[in-house]
Ligand binder design. Structure first.
Ligand SMILES: [Fe+2]
Length: 594
């Protein structure tokens, strides 16, 4: 008999037995396990796959035992080259139980590169839906296509963005940059419409998430969403967590939304991350290993997924701790901001990243990570007024007068900035100072960790890499140039890469924060233009729409395209053709043109 590669794979799956690594085993799967295979189950949370490699991919499901007392269930998994499962390449049996919340992951091995596979699960004559996945392509490639998503907030709106991406058949993988769930309870952030949308939390999961059981139930709720299920079923995910998988503004040892009354932060973090590993199609089973990791798409893309949240991040700076009206206070703030000991990635992760970038021969070096890296520095006057908007909102006050004042100020400063950029000789020193005295808008982003950003950008520039950074977190679409500082010893004042940031799936963006009139497209376009003008390195802004980003990498250029839905508050929606936006960056350029 002729031994083809396919029949060899089939034989090795059946014969060598070590073709898979699976997580969440509670037993060996032998039928002597007391009645475990008699438990009736349903597959209520769909199927998923993730972390594709050239020869491996993780497949996932969860079984719901009909009998609440069941503590162990036998599940069979099957992988085939066709969706009728005639050309089977792998199968096996595992036991799952309450120790993994009845979730199960199998890390399929010995697969072929760039190949589509179909998978399904079965237990006690019940079949799961059939999932589709893909291994990473190898060798010389013409194209790699990715979708990038973040910030899916269940009570805030429908997951139309997931539904749209699920319809596509052209993606190598879906990147989720975090805020896959949110930790708030009923009545918390962005939940005003939850009841009207039919997206309230169930009674046993309607307070802020603190325990393992809380986090598990929240994932289970999200995974009942048909649009999210459809996307997981259609394509492999590559994910990282952001803050809300644990708690708002998480850093290494704490979070803005964590207080002493809520117990030890470490306990909460471990519970949150255990649930993440159980419910997400990510390789590994707990947070004892860092989640930063690398994916190679042939000779075209090296993708590095980073953890800027949990692993090493120092506590965020706060403007409240500095007296910015005094020169001493400003100096102290700048010293803290640029402190060489301040970590976001941490030394180990940063070294891993730059070492791997140095070794990579791929055309594009791509960072999948959480927070904005573009320097988002706004005139200090605007920051002051935004600060009072925030304080007034926090105190439950009316901000309409302050916002009107902010609008006037924005227009005034934009007008001056326009004259500065045009080289108008009538600009006075005082006017120039108003637009050039700038401070970072968001200290939770890379702006609050300036030293590591310079180290990373300087290294990328010195190695002459084509760097593309991806970000989520802000709930808005952005694109910017990543520029090193004038005093960067590795590469002073140069274009080191570009950043593309995706909008959110459903969390509200700037339109809510700035109370923008979304029924007035002209006013919105103007505000977006003004922000682009005031922030030096920003080249694209969408302040109002929910959606996703696609990236098409080819030999000579990368195209980023932002896609937006008309509403997340209505079941019926359209794609907003007039808001779709495409930007191209040429290999070797490392910059977006104004
Ligand atoms: Fe978010």
């Amino acid at each position: 008999m002729k031994l083809t590669r396919r029949s060899f794979l089939k034989a090795s799956a059946a014969g060598f037995g070590a073709a898979v690594l699976s997580y969440g085993l509670t037993g060996c799967g032998s039928s002597s396990d007391s009645g475990s295979d008699k438990v009736d189950v349903s597959f209520d949370h769909g199927v998923a796959s993730g972390d594709p490699l050239h020869d491996a991919v993780v497949i996932w499901t969860r079984v719901t035992p009909k009998l609440a007392a069941a503590n162990s269930v036998q599940v069979r998994w099957e992988v085939a080259l066709d969706n009728t499962f005639k050309e089977m390449v792998h199968d096996g049996m595992v036991q799952v139980g309450s120790d993994t919340d009845f979730t199960l992951k199998v890390d399929l091995q010995n697969l072929e590169a760039g190949t589509r596979y179909y998978y399904r699960f079965a237990s006690n004559e019940r079949l799961s839906p059939v999932g589709t996945t893909r291994t990473l392509p190898e060798g010389e490639l013409d194209q790699v296509k990715l979708a990038v998503m973040s910030c899916s907030n269940y009570p805030a709106g429908y997951f139309h963005a997931y539904a749209e991406v699920a319809k596509r058949d052209d993606l190598d993988a879906v990147l989720h940059l975090g805020d896959y769930i949110y930790e708030y309870g009923a009545g918390g952030y962005a939940s005003d419409d939850a009841q009207a949308l039919g997206r309230s939390f169930p009674a046993d999961n309607n307070s802020e998430l603190l325990t393992l059981s809380d986090y598990r139930k929240r994932y289970a709720l999200y995974r009942t969403d048909k649009d999210l299920q459809a996307l997981h079923q259609a394509a492999p995910f590559i994910t990282v967590w952001d803050d809300h998988e644990v708690s708002n503004d998480t850093w290494r040892d704490g979070a803005q939304n964590h207080n002493e009354g809520e117990g030890h932060f470490d306990d909460r973090k471990l519970a949150a991350l255990k649930a993440y590993f159980e419910w997400m199609p990510i390789r590994g089973q707990d947070s004892s290993q860092p989640i930063y990791r690398k994916f190679e798409f042939g000779d075209l893309v090296s993708l590095y997924m980073l953890d800027t949240r949990v692993l090493a991040r120092d506590k965020q700076l706060s403007y409240a701790d500095f007296d910015l009206t005094s020169q001493a206070g400003q100096g102290a703030f700048m010293a803290a901001l640029t402190d060489a000991n301040r970590s976001l990635l941490g030394g180990q992760q940063l070294n891993w990243l730059t070492d791997n970038m140095a070794l990579s021969a791929a055309t594009w070096q791509v960072l999948g990570q959480q927070v904005l890296m573009t320097k988002m520095w706004l005139p200090a006057e605007i920051m002051l007024i935004l600060g009072s908007v925030e304080a007034t909102l926090a105190a439950g006050g009316d901000v309409s007068a302050i916002l009107a004042e902010a609008n006037v100020l924005f227009a005034e400063l934009a007008q001056i900035k326009g004259r500065v950029l045009a080289g108008d000789p009538s600009v006075t020193a005082a006017e120039r100072a108003r637009v050039e005295t700038t401070i970072p808008y968001n200290l939770d982003a890379w702006d609050g960790y300036a030293y590591e950003r310079e180290a990373l950008l300087g290294a990328a520039r010195a190695m002459q890499k084509n760097l593309v950074v991806l970000a989520g977190d802000t709930h808005n679409g952005w694109a910017g140039n990543l520029v090193t500082a004038a005093n960067n010893p590795l590469a002073a004042n140069s274009y080191a890469g570009v950043e593309f940031a995706t909008s959110s799936v459903s969390s509200p963006g700037m339109e809510e924060y700035l109370s923008l009139d979304t029924t007035n497209p002209q006013a919105i376009a103007q505000t977006e233009q003004v922000i682009g003008l005031l922030i030096d390195h920003l080249h694209y802004t969408n302040l109002t729409d929910r959606g996703f980003l696609t990236l098409t990498f080819s030999r000579n250029y990368v195209d980023a395209q932002w896609h937006y839905v008309s509403s997340v508050k209505q079941r019926d929606y359209l794609m907003l053709e007039n808001r779709r936006h495409t930007m191209r960056v040429w290999a070797g350029a490392n910059r977006l043109d104004a």
